[in-house]
Design a protein around this ligand. Structure first.
Ligand code: FMN
Length: 912
């Protein structure tokens, strides 16, 4: 075939992709041009071509010629033609293709390359139906050329890149940068943006970054190596899939088709969004062999939903992905600032009425219509309904909570995707200085103050642990490097999806761009696996990752099924403690305390008057609550009849009665200011205004924040602490503040005043007593009983004190520490001979402290709040099981986080 009317475009003239694209579009807007012409890469071809002609100077041969040659199969001719391409050093001068997008449209283009293989120019021939090679009409592009083209272009791709270009686009971030440089702003914002302040996006990244890979060496990796996985009984070549992304033709004219082709090339699943700009049928026809899944929402109009399901089934999609984290569209500030107007040709193609030519400018209204169909009233029954109308596997996308995962598993879905939609739905700001540290709590019910969706990488183990054996657990959000894929696999994901990363590739370089991005991810994953000592995906285990904090300090008992073999480093081994003979006491079960009976290894305790006391305490507090409720009777709007006070719920133990999620921690120590809970600045101000000493505390704390060395800080804090402890007035001021703000404050048993000292005639000060994990149960018992008599409302068991030994720089505080154990609250103990002023009381180690909580649980009916330092967070579950009412997670001076030294405290669990 000799094409006519070649138009030669010198690509060198066009500096940006945009200008190249514009020029090419101007040349033949109606032609459906071949491939992506905007990149300067030889690999820039559309594999959906019907024929190929490879020219080199020596061998003028075209595939088309031989299509007509009935004696040879096209395959063999192609192979012959291309054979030399695969050899080293072969530099084809040009490649010609016939694009068989539809039977009637043929475009021929020729790419000319310079000697280095970079694309020099491209020639485009207008559509000439009569010029179509006879054989080409009947050729199924992929059945004939697929593999060969793939081989050719893929092998040529790397050699086709100039050195400079290769360096330019070496990672996904480079593609992102390139897209920002070359694509229109609203489209960039559309691809990159997230909900509101976009913190979730940032946290998605930081959550990955905080995980470290722990390689194993000498793993005999010589044998078979593979990245292949099986998911929903289908084999895929990579553990990566392409996430559903709406309206991909905004990024590139080929949109979803280009994505699906790239997915096919890599043998990975491609999820078509229900809001796609290429319809289900069009995609199925264009890329029949791609492993396609279909993402949908369960719309208000169930008929519409069912119709979509039927269309996906008919088009041979392999699974349905139902997105459940989108009861309403996410709020995008970028879109507000820079509204995106859909070009006429880009629309939600699945919703264009049948028979419409698709060229109508109905995009915006269709999108609005689809958005109006989102149903915030959906429940799990909707998923049941979906499963009842289809035989396709159903995957739920957008799960972030273990309980939801459990429900999904109970319902019988086939898989779930742990996802926050790449931060496009919810923006949940961190409460204080740090972010993802809170989330490192496999198994911790994150009930009250932890609602950050950005922690999905951290909640993944929790979900895998809960349902991983019942269904496929997959993950997306934040993945943009091969190491991220590795980390997610290590934490139990079967497969990960990427959303933005391939979109960047698509915007930069069409299908090739997507392939390049996938290639990068594949290469990075492969290299990470090898270097970590894993030959196959199955070899990637929880042992291969850890959170960065574990590198500083690894608790002896790492819990959760995904951390099994990690050990404790010698560096942080506990200081030897004197061995003590432990007595085991089997505590009686009380009528209103149904905590499972268990061995309690605490020394010297008898539980004589416990039951009576407990009952009295419960009754008193309940009647107090009733009186308080009667005083503050609630009247519904417009009604004169007060609502009768509700009877207190059947608490097993006395409730915490927190009116606000904050309090003042450890009164009378330097912590009063620094440890006020987040947002408690009002309290802090109040304190500073009232008391000079406290103002100086604040000064020290700010200096500390400016970066003083820990030793210095610790020293000055200690001095200050000692000074403050001598001012008993501080105690009353704090009580006043707590009263004013109706928040509890924690009175430490090492306070400068005895707990009996406070004059509180109207009993309105809510005090909690801080205890340390004394090994001697008699000490505990004595302090608890006094606290009960003084009407304390909760016991706070603080474990971070015991963690001092991990930080040698705090060793200098030991004398002061001993001194603090001789404070007034302990005087009584001296008198009773339970403690000696010269002996520091022995404390139970954090690992054994859950037993101590069980003991306390049986000793008192007061709520028990456990303060856990970050590095012991793995024990959280144990404490909850042992009967703790609440957990305070403490990032304080005794934890190895320099940057968190500002002592953030969060209550992460409140039971019942
Ligand atoms: C531009 C854009 C459009 C999206 N459209 C959809 C959609 O239509 N349906 C859906 O379930 N998820 C959608 N998502 C979310 C992705 O499926 C995926 O959860 C997310 O992009 C993964 O995070 P990552 O981008 O950090 O990889 C979209 C994401 C982006 C970036």
């Amino acid at each position: 075939m000799l094409p006519v009317a070649w138009q030669k475009i010198n690509l060198a003239k066009y500096t940006s992709n945009q200008s190249r694209r514009r020029t090419i579009a101007a040349l033949g807007p109606s032609l459906g041009l071949v491939g992506e012409l905007s990149s300067s890469r030889m690999s820039n071809v559309d594999p959906d071509c019907a024929g190929i002609m490879v020219n080199d100077h020596a061998k003028q041969r075209t595939a088309v010629d031989t299509v007509d040659d009935s004696s040879k199969s096209l395959d063999s001719v192609m192979e012959e033609s291309l054979g030399s391409c695969n050899g080293d050093g072969y530099k084809p001068h040009s490649i010609k293709m016939w694009y068989a997008d539809s039977i009637v449209r043929y475009v021929t283009s020729t790419y000319h390359h310079d000697r280095s293989g970079a694309l020099e120019s491209v020639s485009v021939v207008p559509t000439r139906e009569q010029q179509a090679p006879a054989g080409a009409q009947t050729v199924d592009p992929w059945s004939v050329t697929g593999m060969l083209l793939e081989q050719l272009f893929r092998t040529k791709r790397s050699s086709g890149l100039g050195e400079a270009q290769r360096c330019e686009l070496a990672c996904v971030a480079d593609y992102e940068r390139r897209m920002v440089e070359t694509v229109d702003r609203p489209i960039v914002d559309y691809c990159r943006g997230g909900a509101a302040s976009e913190r979730t996006i940032a946290h998605n990244r930081s959550a990955f970054e905080r995980l470290r890979i722990r390689p194993r060496c000498l793993q005999r990796l010589g044998g078979s190596r593979s990245l292949a996985i099986t998911c929903l009984d289908i084999g895929y070549k990579l553990p990566i899939g392409i996430a559903p992304v709406a309206l991909q033709r905004l990024a590139h004219p080929e949109g979803e088709k280009a994505m699906a082709r790239a997915a096919r090339t890599f043998g990975i699943p491609f999820v078509l969004s229900v809001l796609s700009s290429v319809s289900i049928e069009e995609l199925a026809e264009a890329v029949p062999r791609a492993p396609k899944w279909f993402q949908l929402y369960i719309f208000k109009d169930r008929e519409l939903t069912e119709c979509l399901v039927r269309r996906a089934e008919k088009a041979r999609f392999r699974a349905l992905v139902v997105t459940v984290d989108c009861p309403a569209p996410g709020l995008s500030r970028t879109e507000r600032r820079n509204p995106l107007t859909l070009p006429p040709k880009v629309t939600c193609a699945n919703f264009v009425p049948a028979g419409a030519d698709g060229k109508k400018s109905c995009s915006a209204s269709v999108l609005d219509y689809v958005r109006s169909q989102l149903d915030p009233g959906l429940g799990w029954d909707a998923i049941r309904w979906l499963m009842s109308i289809t035989t396709l596997p159903v995957i739920v996308k957008g799960i972030l909570h273990r309980n939801d995962a459990l429900i999904a598993a109970d319902i019988g879905v086939h898989g779930l995707i742990v996802s926050n939609s790449g931060g496009r739905q919810i923006d949940c700001a961190p409460a204080a200085v740090s972010n993802s540290v809170y989330g490192l709590l496999p198994g911790v019910p994150t009930k009250l103050f932890l609602c950050k969706t950005h922690l999905q990488i951290e909640i993944l183990p929790e979900i895998v642990h809960a349902v991983g054996h019942r269904l496929e657990v997959m993950l997306d959000s934040g993945i943009c490097e091969g190491t991220d894929v590795f980390k997610a696999l290590a934490l139990g994901a079967r497969l990960v999806f990427v959303g933005r990363a391939p979109m960047y590739g698509l915007a930069v370089n069409g299908q090739r761009g997507v392939e390049e991005v996938l290639d990068i991810l594949k290469m990075e994953l492969e290299s990470t696996m090898l270097n970590a000592g894993c030959a196959t995906v199955a070899d990637v285990t929880p042992q291969h990752v850890c959170h960065e904090v574990q590198l500083y300090y690894q608790p002896e008992r790492l819990r959760g099924n995904w951390r099994t073999e990690s050990g404790r480093s010698d560096r942080y081994r506990t200081r030897e403690r004197p061995t003590r003979e432990m007595e085991s006491i089997r505590a009686e079960e009380s009528a209103d305390n149904d905590v499972d009976s268990e061995e309690v290894f605490v020394r010297g305790e008898t539980t004589g008057e416990r039951v009576t006391f407990q009952q009295r305490s419960v009754d008193e507090i309940r009647s107090e609550a009733r009186v308080a409720a009667a005083h503050s009777e609630v009247r519904p709007c417009g009604s004169s009849t007060p609502i009768p006070p509700q009877p207190p719920p059947p608490y097993r133990n006395v409730p915490l009665l927190l009116s606000e999620p904050r309090g003042i921690y450890r009164s009378n120590t330097s912590n009063i200011v620094g440890r006020c809970n987040a947002n408690a600045s009002a309290n802090t101000c109040q304190l500073t205004d009232s008391m000079g000493n406290v103002r100086s505390a604040r000064t020290v704390i700010s200096r500390k924040q400016e970066g003083l060395k820990r030793r210095t800080r610790s020293h000055s804090m200690q001095n200050l602490c000692t000074t403050l402890q001598r001012h008993s007035a501080v105690y009353h001021i704090i009580a006043d503040v707590a009263k004013q703000y109706r928040i509890p404050y924690v009175h430490t048993s090492r306070s400068s005043v005895a707990m009996e000292t406070l004059i509180d005639p109207d009993r309105s000060v809510v005090r909690w007593l801080e205890l340390f994990p004394f090994e001697d149960a008699r000490i505990l018992r004595s302090l608890v009983r006094r606290a009960e008599k003084c009407r304390f409302r909760a016991i706070v068991l603080t474990l971070d004190e015991n963690a001092q030994h991990i930080n040698t720089s705090l060793e200098d505080s030991q004398p002061a520490r001993k001194e603090s154990f001789s404070q007034p609250d302990f005087q009584v103990l001296f008198q009773r001979g339970l403690l000696h002023p010269d002996t520091e009381p022995s404390l139970v180690e954090a690992e054994r402290a859950p037993q101590l909580v069980s003991f306390l649980r049986k000793l008192t009916s007061l709520p028990i709040v456990v303060t856990i330092p970050m590095h012991h967070r793995d024990l959280t579950d144990d404490f909850i099981r042992a009967g703790a009412t609440a957990i305070i997670l403490n990032i304080g001076p005794y934890t190895p986080f320099e940057e968190f030294y500002t002592s953030v405290i969060h209550i992460v669990h409140i039971g019942k």
